[in-house]
Design a protein around this ligand. Sequence first.
Ligand SMILES: NC(=O)c1ccc[n+]([C@@H]2O[C@H](COP(=O)([O-])OP(=O)(O)OC[C@H]3O[C@@H](n4cnc5c(N)ncnc54)[C@H](OP(=O)(O)O)[C@@H]3O)[C@@H](O)[C@H]2O)c1
Length: 323
Amino acid sequence: MRKRQLGSSDLMVSEISLGSWMTYGGAVERERAEACVEKAFELGIDFIDTANVYSSGGAEEFLGEVLADRPRDSYVLATKLYFAMSDSDRGLSREQVFKQIDASLRRLRTDHVDLYQGHRYDWDTPLEETMEALTEVVRQGKARYLGFSEWPEEKIREAQSLDGVEHFVSSQPQYSMIWRGPERDVIPASRELGISQIVWSPLGQGILTGKYLPGEAAPSDSRAAHERMNYFMDRAGDQVLLERVQRLRPVAEELDLTMAQLAIAWVLREENVAAAIIGATRPEQVEDNAAASGVQLDAATLQRVDEILGDSVRWDPPASTPS
Ligand SMILES: NC(=O)c1ccc[n+]([C@@H]2O[C@H](COP(=O)([O-])OP(=O)(O)OC[C@H]3O[C@@H](n4cnc5c(N)ncnc54)[C@H](OP(=O)(O)O)[C@@H]3O)[C@@H](O)[C@H]2O)c1
């Protein structure tokens, strides 16, 4: 498993990261979830991403339990705050930052996280207040570095230009062969500002693995067919996209790759990407996806991918906001 440096920090992270949105401590049963984490470590994945809101704290609790016996310096742990944890707990105010970091550390059973991320921009709190509170969290030793997810470019620039506060080292956008919005603004700005991308849904939530066939019902064991996990899978019904994704199959096969590996290698071709955060419901998926580390795609392959996907590539911000 190759490692990459996270922005201007001294953190080295495995270029495949294991995420926990909807899956662990939530819809995936305990034994399988544990097997996924075990497989990840076995394959050299040492970068774990979670959030306070995932399964309403359940993902952090699960990770706290399964990571408890591993040396704390053997993995890089990232969590986030912003989304509602109760009717009155939400956002990035000073009060919320202090309250949510302590709650996350309690669930994660650790005294610090390596990366603390603002899950979205909080338009109701002055940026200075957010950055000063996050800075205190770092200075108290509760987080080593700071990051954000899906913040607008102007707010990223403003945060990085504030004096006397800690600056961001990571950005967590949706980025994949079919979702390229960050190439327009966030990635160019991040290159200038010492920030790396750690990208979510690099497989388009599974669509880019080719398992959703045009004109057919979603496989019964897939996210699109799962009543608790499919609420943001509108593109799994896009027949044109599904047909085009099937045309990527020979491209992957000619390179002796699975389609998942092709999709993950595609995001890792961008040097500003430090890690692809994958989801996995089974250890076999972790194994498949981890093998994308180190795969280099040549210019001809990238061009074929673009020609096949054509106008199925999206550049706009998401219509709804998953976490
Ligand atoms: N910052 C944010 O706002 C935000 C938003 C979303 C996610 N995230 C982070 O990013 C992580 C990844 O997001 P994601 O789960 O949407 O990523 P993804 O890797 O694009 O999709 C993961 C899902 O695809 C299926 N899959 C994975 N590998 C496969 C394989 N080799 N073959 C067949 N199917 C496979 C699995 O679902 P099934 O087996 O159920 O089909 C799996 O749960 C999250 O866990 C979270 O940490 C962040």
